[in-house]
Ligand binder design. Structure first.
Ligand code: MN
Length: 488
């Protein structure tokens, strides 16, 4: 990575940007880090440049990119925040200060987790750009995780899944969220990752390409006739999102995979509606899958038309239809939102309303737990994180129960479970867990095995499979399913 690549990217978004400032920041950081090396053996300044480059990709403003180049200077070199302030002014210095404060949080167990989240939101309250820099810094650290010892690797990946990725989603920066999640997925669930990667990116690739090409050919003709300029893309789905769907809906890869995904980008809003009309005239839509997020955007500002149709060969095909601006906003979230509002000169004070709401919650709540509880409703939509007494973190689908947790810990813990302690209180095995719960499973050594009733409230595939396996051999259990109430 070179400073020229960053300059090039910045100029693409904003031809009038003051490039001299970027060069100055680069020279300053390069001098400060001197001969320091990363664990990978690369010069330290490479990390600073990679961080800044991703910031330029998501269209962050110039001060943010400069702060990205300088973000590790006060912490890791003999130059201070004062030096940065003198050379680059108060705005850049304040951003670097925000990052330096955030990096002091270390992750240990449940309390630290909550405190961590709170600090992230506090930093967001002061200046949301600090979080953008932190994301890009983290992304580069993830990309170089290989050099770290196994335990540290897992810890960083886990922390990213719990804290960084959900917040990136909340801010609508999907591109960063997906990139972070896929890397963490690889480290946290290496086998599942490898299997999915092979199926999706090797086995199915040709089939996908051929199918998309067919859809494109048919559509292009009609769009040309209507005089609509368009861009049709095959949508690659992030692997972790496929994995989550498989877990949540209890379905096999092929069922999830069988939905093809195509994106059409057109110039104007009225082109979006015309294009949807064309798609529906070519293929029969599933009526319950037509979504107009242009007329009614999602709470996080997301806009697009969605529809699922029975495409060529009657294959279910998802379409997203949107303008270029909507598309970039969907990838870069708030960063692009400001960019389009103020063409190059971002105005970070003019925040979307929903961020203001988070900040209001933050101002009104003293207590960390209350704050987290109020915010997490939005942040953690479909995953929860619970803790073992030792402070290990377990990632579960929403509405998971102690029995799911038990089988995640160990098959034997599941098979011998009789009850659970949730936040130190006795709980039945079927009561849904909540984010941040501390869970301990009560076991009984002499217990023969699981109960088939558990299948009714187990949410994860893993728990269901283990319960089925353990009960399959018991003929009595099979009869019991046919004749409820049968006594031994
Ligand atoms: Mn860093």
């Amino acid at each position: 990575m070179t400073i020229d690549q960053i300059i090039h990217k910045v100029q693409e978004n904003n031809p009038k940007a003051d490039i001299a400032l970027l060069e100055k920041a680069y020279e300053f950081a390069a001098r400060a880090h001197g001969s320091q090396k990363r664990r990978t053996g690369a010069p330290y300044i490479q990390h600073s440049l990679h961080t800044a480059f991703v910031l330029a990709q998501i269209k962050a403003d110039l001060s943010t990119i400069m702060a990205g180049i300088l973000h590790d200077v006060p912490e890791d070199t003999e130059y201070t925040l004062d030096d940065i302030s003198k050379n680059f002014g108060g705005e850049v210095a304040a951003l670097v200060e925000g990052i330096t404060k955030l990096s002091k949080i270390k992750y240990r167990g449940v309390e630290r987790y909550r405190e961590n989240l709170r600090k992230m939101f506090l930093a967001m309250a002061q200046d949301i750009r600090v979080i953008l820099i932190k994301f890009c810094d983290r992304l580069h650290n993830l990309r170089t995780l290989d050099v770290l010892p196994e335990e540290k690797r897992r810890r960083i990946a886990q922390e990213t899944m719990e804290i960084y990725a959900p917040i990136a989603g909340l801010l609508g920066i999907w591109r960063l969220k997906w990139q972070m999640e896929d890397i963490c997925f690889k480290y946290l669930y290496p086998e599942e990752y490898k299997k999915l990667e092979y199926k999706y990116e090797v086995e199915k690739k040709t089939e996908r390409n051929q199918y998309t090409q067919r859809v494109k050919n048919i559509l292009s003709q009609r769009l040309n006739e209507e005089g609509i300029a368009y861009n049709i893309e095959d949508r690659l789905k992030p692997l972790y999102s496929i994995y989550k769907k498989m877990q949540k809906k209890d379905r096999k890869f092929d069922e999830i995979y069988d939905v093809f995904a195509v994106r059409i980008i057109v110039p104007t809003v009225s082109d979006c509606y015309k294009t949807m009309g064309i798609v529906h005239s070519l293929w029969k839509p599933k009526s319950d899958r037509i979504k107009d997020y242009i007329a009614v955007p999602k709470p996080n500002g997301y806009r697009s038309l969605h529809t699922t149709v029975y495409g060529p060969e009657n294959k279910p095909t998802e379409f997203q239809i949107r303008t270029r601006e909507m598309h970039e906003e969907s990838l870069y979230g708030i960063a692009a939102h400001w960019y389009y509002k103020h063409k190059g000169g971002s105005d970070y004070k003019n925040q979307p309303k929903w961020i203001q709401e988070i900040l209001n919650i933050q101002r009104q709540t003293e207590n960390t737990n209350d704050f987290i509880n109020k915010v997490k409703l939005d942040v953690f939509q479909d995953r929860i994180f619970v803790f073992s007494p030792k402070g290990d973190v377990f990632d579960l689908p929403e509405d998971a129960t102690p029995i799911d947790f038990a089988y995640l810990v160990h098959t034997e813990v599941g098979n011998k479970a009789t009850g659970a302690l949730v936040n130190d209180r006795m709980s039945s095995l079927d009561r849904p867990l909540k984010n941040g719960d501390l869970v301990e499973i009560v076991t009984e050594k002499n217990r023969k095995g699981p109960n088939t009733d558990w299948l009714e409230f187990a949410k994860t595939n893993r728990a269901k499979e283990k319960i089925r396996q353990a009960t399959k051999s018991s003929r009595f259990e099979q009869f019991k399913r046919i004749i409820p109430g049968m006594k031994k």
